[in-house]
Ligand binder design. Structure first.
Ligand SMILES: *Cc1c(COP(=O)(O)O)cnc(C)c1O
Length: 391
């Protein structure tokens, strides 16, 4: 393997994304057809929205999902024309642009539904394609239970008038990463009630969906017609130990070049505030990434990186542009490859390791990474010599 071409870079293996999509599709369809929506919001969880979306479609993703309307329109502008849902509208959003682009939007309230219907009436036979989100217990977005009847009645009226077509009814789980949490059963039961009310109102949606990655992997009863997978697509774990067990592969590697290495003496303090003081003579290495690249400062004195076949602990505080690691007496030359994180095949720390070091989740680690780092996409299937993540 050659070192990174740049000071620090994010390398995303699209072959790993394709592999994960195939694994997830097979897994959820084991007991009958369930569609797979791959969630590529927030720049594909830091992996690149457009490239991740293309890899997902290539591997058979039936749908793509994003949060905002802007993300959906960016996918269309990049040439994606498949089924696409967005679910987080802000006051003043341009539903007309979404409807014209064939994006399915989500309504939480009658007011939102009226706005979509107003543009849908001017839009061909079926009008705007809308999905309805019900709150079954997350108490975040979605229609509260007391308003379900009104929402469904309004939707049915708009549908009869040809202004909209209700293509989906869906909800989102609060604790799917904790399979034994009582909220899972309660939300599933509430969702079934909502679906019954929607049918009573005369709605006949194409898809009903509740599960994210954790539920897709751990809770077949939550699959309904479609599952929405984000984190598992990128090969990371939605719940402890699940993704490796089913053979998902982390798609992201972060590499840097060592800036310098040097000896320090017992008693020397390292980095701002001297929160680590050498208890013996040792050597340290300077790695040119910091919180300006999205490396969490909360991982000061707890994360590690991979240099010359060993894990090297971060010593002292993570700074804006750099961090310092303990090289245990070795003095690798400047330019030596540093693996900040990767799939873990060689022993390098993973996004999950960084999450534990920073007291957060791997979602936040990969989504925040960026800043001044260059991001490249490689395809380890097409070119086995790339520094991809294929075992
Ligand atoms: C982000 C998101 C998902 C994906 O969740 P993962 O845990 O990453 O699979 C699914 N549904 C909704 C509504 C989301 O916001």
């Amino acid at each position: 393997m050659t070192g990174p071409a740049h000071r620090a870079e994010i390398v995303v293996d699209v072959a790993a994304i394709r592999h994960n999509v195939r694994v997830l599709k097979d897994l959820v369809s084991a007991d009958g057809p369930v569609a797979l929506m791959v969630v590529v919001k927030a720049d594909g969880y830091g992996h690149g929205m457009v490239e991740s979306a293309a890899a997902a479609r290539e591997a058979g993703a039936d749908w793509l999902g994003v949060a905002t309307l802007e993300e959906a329109l960016a996918l269309r502008a990049a040439g994606d024309h498949g089924p696409l849902l967005c679910w987080l509208s802000a006051p003043g959003d341009d539903f007309a642009a979404a409807v014209a682009a064939g994006v399915e939007v989500t309504a939480y309230t009658v007011a939102e539904l009226d706005e979509v219907a107003a543009v849908g009436g001017a839009h061909g036979e079926d009008g705007a394609r809308v999905q309805l989100k019900v709150d079954t217990g997350l108490s975040r977005g979605g229609s509260p239970r007391a308003q379900w009847r009104d929402l469904f009645a309004a939707a049915a009226a708009h549908e009869r008038a040809g202004r909209i077509r209700v293509t989906g009814v869906w909800s989102h789980l609060a604790a799917s990463d904790e399979p034994a949490h009582p909220a899972n059963d309660a939300q599933e039961a509430a969702f079934r009630e909502a679906l019954a009310l929607a049918a009573d109102a005369g709605l006949d949606p194409d898809v009903t969906h509740l599960a994210n990655s954790a539920a897709a992997l751990l809770r077949p009863s939550s699959h309904f017609d479609l599952v929405r997978c984000g984190i598992a697509t990128y090969g990371l774990d939605p719940a402890p130990g699940v993704s490796p067990r089913v053979g998902l592969r982390p798609a992201m590697t972060v590499r840097a070049r060592l800036l310098m290495s040097k000896p320090i003496a017992a008693g020397d303090g390292v980095s701002y505030g001297h929160t680590w003081v050498a208890d013996r003579d040792t050597t340290v290495g300077v790695v040119p990434v910091g919180y300006g690249e999205g490396i969490p400062r909360a991982a000061s004195n707890s994360a590690s990186v991979w240099v010359e076949d060993s894990r090297r602990p971060v010593r002292g505080r993570v700074c804006m542009d750099q961090l310092v690691v303990d090289l245990h007496g070795e003095l690798p030359p400047p330019g030596t490859e540093v693996l900040v994180l990767g799939p873990g095949d060689r022993g390098e720390p993973t996004a999950q390791d960084w999450a534990e070091a920073a007291d957060t989740i791997s979602y936040e680690i990969v989504t925040r990474l960026g800043g001044r780092m260059v991001r490249r996409h490689v395809d380890s299937d097409a070119d086995p010599d790339t520094e991809g993540t294929a075992p």
